[in-house]
Design a protein around this ligand. Structure first.
Ligand SMILES: Nc1ncnc2c1ncn2[C@@H]1O[C@H](COP(=O)(O)OP(=O)(O)OP(=O)(O)O)[C@@H](O)[C@H]1O
Ligand SMILES: [Mg+2]
Length: 497
């Protein structure tokens, strides 16, 4: 028998493909979904013998709870940067500060990527999810990305390339994300259908370490501490500690504690969770709130001394048995706790567990920041190292701090009035908030001179006030001394009699 010529072979193959396509078109058009899936399954198996390429799909939604897949989001971010130059059809979405458009590949678009000399193809696509006969919801689009590569590169792609895509994608997402300020608002009821206990707004606080009035060395130390923390993933994993760090910011009102939290968030590009402890029903709710926080975030409890009666509760017990502090503490506090309906039942031990207990399970980088005006009132257990690793005192404004504010507010680095201000600042205390308030122009005609003079006046007033207060205090002391001396005279007189 004469073997078929190449042309005949092509003709046979062509007609087979054509008939296959024809059958496929009919099946797609007329067969029910189940039959289509069945046919597809076996076609893919047959194709698998001859087809040298591997395909990996990454779907947008996975699981029953329809949680958006992290892998999909990472690939989306990766391709938004790496494909926008080669893709021909792009879609544009608003960027993080609503001032720029972010481009990403449009549906059904195909782009190529190269990794260590290996070429791969990405396609963005979607399928319509089948509607169940009794379904209440309309048909839904299910988007996915499909990666195609030659099977000889299986190892390099599955072991190195995908990890590279996810890592880079996550970094791009962090760079581009709109940061948020979360809060657990007081009196907020958590409806069962609601996914989260936190409500949020966009975080746009402009404070940075550059704008903060702080001793330059102290500022540098804090910045270095924060940056080191954010780069220490491997270190924390190696030493077996959860990747978290606690900061205690303390100092008088108006010294920049809240401002520093905003500066920290801006430095590290973190979200902020402003936890209102008084609005938390009990320890269980506190735990739930913690579990819902995401990585790269700062959990803040402001004015911890006022939030709950957490101060000094433990002292007497702790002296007796410092070992099982948490258990005994709970009992003691529960006795002292207000029992009215609606009041918070969070205990100190609940809070300690919140800080230590579940962290390791949550993973990811987190800072926890407490602020207080009265550090001496806080229970030592709450602020010991390991819980609050770094204690930062924010105090009255120094002259160097003032110079930062003068530069920011008035754009001046020197001025003849600076000497007077320096002398007065050495003699009296003033908070950065008061300095800032005086340096703020109050009308369009206010110039540098006027603002600095207003600060000098405030400093002089503060000095006078301090002198008056001191005089009153010494008067008071003298009175007490006199009162203490009186019974002595009586006793000697009585003894003489
Ligand atoms: N160190 C600082 N550097 C720059 N500005 C500051 C500083 N401290 C305070 N301010 C200014 O004062 C205002 C109040 O400061 P902030 O709210 O941070 O004080 P606080 O220490 O949190 O006070 P409180 O204890 O009452 O909460 C801020 O809006 C900021 O403009
Ligand atoms: Mg504050």
């Amino acid at each position: 028998m004469v073997p078929p010529t190449i042309t005949e072979m092509w003709a046979t193959m062509g007609s087979t493909i054509a008939s296959f396509m024809f059958v496929w078109a009919i099946i797609r058009q007329y067969c029910p979904y189940e039959v289509r899936r069945y046919f597809e399954k076996y076609t893919h198996r047959i194709m698998g013998f001859f087809y040298p390429y591997i395909k990996i799909s990454i779907h947008e939604f996975t699981g029953e709870r329809l949680k958006r897949s992290e892998a999909y989001a990472a690939v989306e971010a990766y391709l938004s940067v790496n494909s926008s130059k080669s893709a021909k059809r792009l879609k544009a979405e608003m960027g993080k500060d609503s001032s720029n458009l972010v481009l990403s590949m449009d549906e059904y678009e195909r782009v190529t990527d190269e990794f260590r000399g290996v070429k791969v193809w990405w396609v963005s696509s979607k399928v319509m999810s089948p509607t169940r006969s009794m379904s209440y919801y309309p048909e839904q689009e299910k988007r996915y990305y499909r990666l195609t590569f030659h099977k000889r590169y299986r190892e390099i792609i599955t072991e190195a390339y995908l990890e590279h895509v996810v890592r880079e994608g996550k970094e791009i997402k962090v760079r581009n994300r709109q940061r948020k300020l979360y809060t657990n608002s007081p009196g907020y009821k958590w409806p069962s259908y609601k996914q989260t206990m936190w409500s949020h707004i966009v975080f746009e606080h402009p404070a940075t370490f550059d704008t903060m009035a702080l001793e330059p060395e102290k500022k540098q130390e804090i910045i270095e501490d924060l940056v080191t923390f954010s780069k220490s993933k491997e270190f924390y994993a190696r030493i077996g500690k959860a990747w978290k760090r606690g900061y205690l910011l303390y100092g008088p009102p108006g010294t920049g504690k809240s401002t520093m939290i905003a500066a920290m968030a801006n430095l590290l590009n973190y979200d902020v969770y402003d936890l209102e402890l008084t609005a938390v029903k009990d320890n269980t709710e506190l735990r739930k709130l913690l579990i819902e926080t995401t990585s790269k975030s700062i959990i803040v409890i402001e004015d911890i001394d006022c939030s709950l009666d957490l101060t000094g509760q433990r002292k007497k017990k702790a002296e007796k048995s410092p070992d099982d502090e948490k258990e005994k503490l709970d009992k003691e506090i529960s006795r002292k706790e207000p029992k009215e309906e609606g009041s918070s039942k969070v205990t100190l031990s609940g809070l300690l567990n919140f800080i230590d207990g579940l962290w390791s399970a949550c993973g990811g980088e987190r800072l926890i920041v407490f602020t207080t005006n009265y550090v001496e009132k806080l229970d030592p257990a709450l602020i010991r190292r390991g819980r609050m690793d770094k204690h930062i005192e924010l105090s009255y404004c120094s002259f160097r701090g003032f110079k930062v504010l003068a530069k920011n507010y008035l754009k001046v680095e020197t001025h003849p009035l600076f000497d007077t201000i320096q002398r007065l600042m050495e003699e009296t205390k003033i908070t950065p908030a008061d300095v800032a308030e005086n340096l703020m122009p109050k009308s369009p005609s206010d110039n540098v001179e006027k603002c600095l003079s207003s600060l000098i006046q405030a400093l002089e007033e503060a000095k006078e006030e301090a002198v008056k207060k001191k005089a009153e205090e010494s008067k008071e002391k003298e009175k007490i001394k006199e009162n203490e001396a009186e019974p002595k005279v009586d006793r000697t007189a009585a003894e003489a009699l």
